[in-house]
Ligand binder design. Structure first.
Ligand code: ADP
Length: 228
């Protein structure tokens, strides 16, 4: 099944030029795709179109069978439950524990306490943070914080996980811990989109690599090497 379809998608923010120009991209269910490209290439714009933070100037976007042209504003929260996102800077709540950070994502969709207490430890286990539930983010390493952010992003079982430079602030060992967790989540059946500037990660991952430059996809290769 096709999870993501972009058909001739163009995004123009202002008269200075096009952030994305007639992008065609198909991603299958359960694929792991690495998106690379120099700063300003259009990677974040592409991710923001998928999460509906931005709307395309023209072109078609269909994600998990949802045609964005037909999506009403009130359906956007429903869409966002299908897409988990993690960022370079983690975006955790510093005054809440690890457990509470993850639980929060379930509280806002109305899950009851009993189910939350059952679900959160399972997800912390997946990201390798069993037993860290009562810690505060400040007590964790950068790699552990990013794995809390991943736990929060996947706890509602999204179809797609978007990881936007998740290793940008991490040293190599912690970066690989995070990448291994993304691979595990992908093995469990979630489509993963990863942006990174880390050449070693791209080369060792041996996954499909989509290269964006000046708003265009200039290369789309299975198991490609990094060439920006
Ligand atoms: P990347 O994530 O690859 O660094 P971006 O998608 O952030 O690239 O940016 C692509 C282009 O769009 C750049 O020229 C950038 O300046 C421009 N751009 C991004 N966001 C905005 C915005 N909100 N308003 C105007 N221009 C933007």
């Amino acid at each position: 099944m096709r999870m993501i379809l972009l058909d001739r998608v163009t995004k123009t923010y202002n008269s200075k030029g096009q952030a994305l120009e007639r992008i065609n991209l198909h991603v299958e269910d359960k694929e792991f795709v690495v998106i690379v490209g120099p700063s300003g290439a259009g990677k974040s714009t592409l991710l923001k179109l998928l999460t509906r933070e931005e709307k395309p100037t023209s072109g078609k976007i269909i994600v998990g069978g949802i045609d964005y042209e037909r999506l009403r504003d009130k359906d956007v929260p429903f869409l966002r439950r299908k897409i988990g996102v993690v960022f370079q800077d983690f975006k955790l709540l510093s005054n809440r524990t690890v457990f509470e950070n993850v639980a929060f994502a379930l509280e806002i969709v109305g899950m009851g306490n009993k189910e939350i207490r059952h679900t959160v430890p399972k997800v912390l286990d997946i990201v390798g943070l069993k037993g860290k539930g009562e810690s505060y983010p400040s007590e964790l390493s950068g790699g552990e914080r990013q794995r809390v952010a991943i736990a929060r992003a996947i706890v509602r079982q999204p179809k797609i996980l978007i990881a936007d430079e998740p290793t940008g602030n991490l040293d190599p060992k912690h970066a690989w811990d995070v990448i291994r967790v993304l691979e595990k989540i992908n093995r469990y059946g979630t489509t993963v989109l990863l942006t990174t500037h880390n050449k070693e990660i791209v080369d060792k991952l041996k996954r499909r690599v989509v290269t964006i430059k000046d708003g265009k996809i200039v290369e789309d290769k299975a198991r490609a090497e990094y060439r920006v």
